[in-house]
Design a binder for this molecule. Structure first.
Ligand code: 5RP
Length: 237
């Protein structure tokens, strides 16, 4: 009998594999961050090792995806070396019916936004629990901030009606420090009615580096779920 945890892993593997299967020889690939994308990087590595794919270069969005790419033998490059990204594959914390996202559960949303926005095609890999009617209903909105601006930013967010909390480390005393050496504030908004407007307003606060709203960026959402005891993948495009 499979546990809830086994089923979650099966779904993530299936959706990660479905995304890796869309990568073609010669592509520059944006490598997202998170537990679902980790399977995509693993399957991409396996396709390369088996000779099914050749001449792939990955652009990592975090320290985590850099480490995984090296582990599974995916060659890496940088934005200084390439002119375009063919495909980016990344996870999300929430997806609304317009394919707008909240990202940043892994505190990697700043680099993720750079890479995902540059891609010719951006594919999001999630399980069906991430689909919401309205952004902000299940997940706090992550905002990466420069440490010396933390207090003024908190006050500015409160003026906008948000309830901010500094993200704290797990198995690490003190706050989470991002790959850029910054801090993350997670914000509860009662209702995010206009994600595009809020994305701009937040990024306009001095000291905010980037927030986790990804508006109008995703092309395809691959959604994994269990049907009749089997993991399946649906596409929203
Ligand atoms: C990291 C992210 C992740 O893509 C997001 O948190 C989803 O992760 P997971 O696939 O583990 O649920 O935005 O900053």
């Amino acid at each position: 009998m499979l546990t809830e945890q086994d089923l979650t892993i099966l779904i993530k593997q299936q959706v990660g594999k479905a995304a890796a299967d869309r990568i073609k020889t010669g592509m520059i690939v944006g490598l997202g961050t998170g537990s679902t994308t980790a399977y995509m990087i693993q399957f991409l590595g396996e396709r390369l090792q088996s000779g099914q794919l050749r001449d792939i270069k990955g652009i990592p969005t975090s320290f985590q995806s850099t480490v995984l790419a090296k582990k599974y033998g995916v060659p890496l490059t940088t934005l200084d070396e390439v002119e375009q990204i063919d495909i980016a594959i990344d996870g999300a914390d929430e997806v609304d019916p317009q394919k707008n996202l909240i990202k940043g559960g892994g505190a990697a949303h700043t680099r993720e936004k750079i890479v995902d926005c540059l891609a010719e095609q951006f594919i999001v890999v999630v399980d069906s629990s991430k689909l919401v009617k309205k952004l902000g209903s299940t997940f706090l909105l992550p905002i990466e901030v420069i440490p010396m601006a933390m207090n003024p930013i908190i006050r500015a967010i409160e003026k906008l009606g948000g309830q901010p909390e500094i993200r704290m480390g797990i198995k690490k005393a003190g706050p989470v420090v991002t790959d850029q050496g910054n801090l993350v504030i997670d914000v509860k908004f009662d209702s995010i009615d206009n994600p595009g407007e809020l994305e701009k307003t937040l990024n306009n606060i001095p000291g905010v580096l980037e927030n986790g709203l990804f508006v109008g960026v995703a092309d395809i959402i691959l959604v994994g779920e269990i049907q009749n005891g089997q993991p399946i993948v649906k596409e929203i495009s």
